[in-house]
Design a binder for this molecule. Structure first.
Ligand code: ATP
Length: 259
């Protein structure tokens, strides 16, 4: 099987602080993988190691079936990254933002023009090429940011809370685009605090206090396995279990831990 991500015994220590603690998991290609956990649980640190911008203290990281640290050029060319901060130039037009990212990846004029058309269509921004990015609504900005992050046709997209602060309709449209791209062969790792989005993933994995809890499985399988109605209930149960509280029912109802 081909994998988007394979992590084995991965740890990251910052001086004496253990941000990621011996985690192992694998995600096959062409899946939307939801990487879930509360603030400060180690998601961004893990993502930075997947992208090769942070060296692990221990363990191995393979992305798209290659060891990250010995294949940095390949990794850079094949991973796309987008965060909630949407790194757009607000005083540049939609088109100029795409041009800027095309320039970073060295696309020549004909490749750039063709790719721009594809991305404008994907992001439903056709006809808005000349608008300043700063004048776009949140949902449009978010889709433009996705287009910019995908200019180089990455095989794996890492989306770090891409829908934070975006209205429900725009979130729904964004997910429709992601679903379509996954169908065309792009792999996704997505972090989200929205439980409806977690349930829309093909696979989910939980991290808490730097440790993975449970296996990477489909949300549906998880709900059956844990006999609960929603992913949020699974999360609360996991956190209680890790904290050594009552494992089953009752006590977990009081846990206000937010995803
Ligand atoms: N460079 C650093 N030096 C020291 N501690 C760090 C560093 N980077 C992250 N940490 C700590 O590691 C822990 C995990 O942080 P991380 O950013 O990976 O969490 P996260 O799950 O991505 O949280 P969030 O959802 O808030 O982004 C946190 O306690 C954080 O303060």
């Amino acid at each position: 099987m081909e994998y988007a991500i394979q992590v084995e015994g991965l740890s990251k220590h910052f001086d004496n602080y253990i941000a990621v603690d011996n985690i192992s998991f694998s995600v096959p290609r062409n899946q939307i993988f939801g990487f879930l956990g509360p603030n400060g649980s180690g998601k961004s640190t893990t993502i930075r190691m997947l992208c090769g911008v942070l060296a692990p203290t221990k363990g191995s990281v393979r992305v798209l079936d290659k060891e990250v640290h010995t294949n940095m050029d390949y990794i850079r060319q094949n991973i796309g990254y987008m965060s909630q901060k949407f790194s757009l130039y607000e005083d540049l037009s939609v088109e100029k933002n795409l041009d800027f990212y095309a320039g970073i990846y060295g696309l020549n004029k004909s490749a750039r023009d063709a790719r721009k058309q594809e991305l404008l269509q994907m992001a439903k921004l056709e006809g808005k090429e000349k608008r300043l990015a700063g004048q776009l609504s949140g949902g449009w900005k978010q889709r433009l940011a996705l287009g910019c992050a995908m200019i180089h046709r990455p095989q794996l997209m890492i989306l770090d809370e891409p829908t934070a602060g975006v209205d429900p309709l725009s979130r729904r449209e964004f997910w429709a685009i992601i679903r379509e791209l996954a169908g065309q062969g792009t792999s996704f790792l997505i972090t989200t605090h929205y439980m409806d989005e977690a349930e829309s993933c093909d696979l989910v994995g939980f991290i808490y206090n730097g440790r993975m809890i449970g296996e990477v499985v489909s949300p549906q399988q998880l709900l059956v396995q844990e006999q609960v109605k929603g992913i949020e209930d699974v999360f609360v149960r996991y956190v209680n279990r890790m904290n050594g509280d009552g494992e089953g029912t009752g006590e977990e109802e009081n846990n206000e831990q937010s995803l």
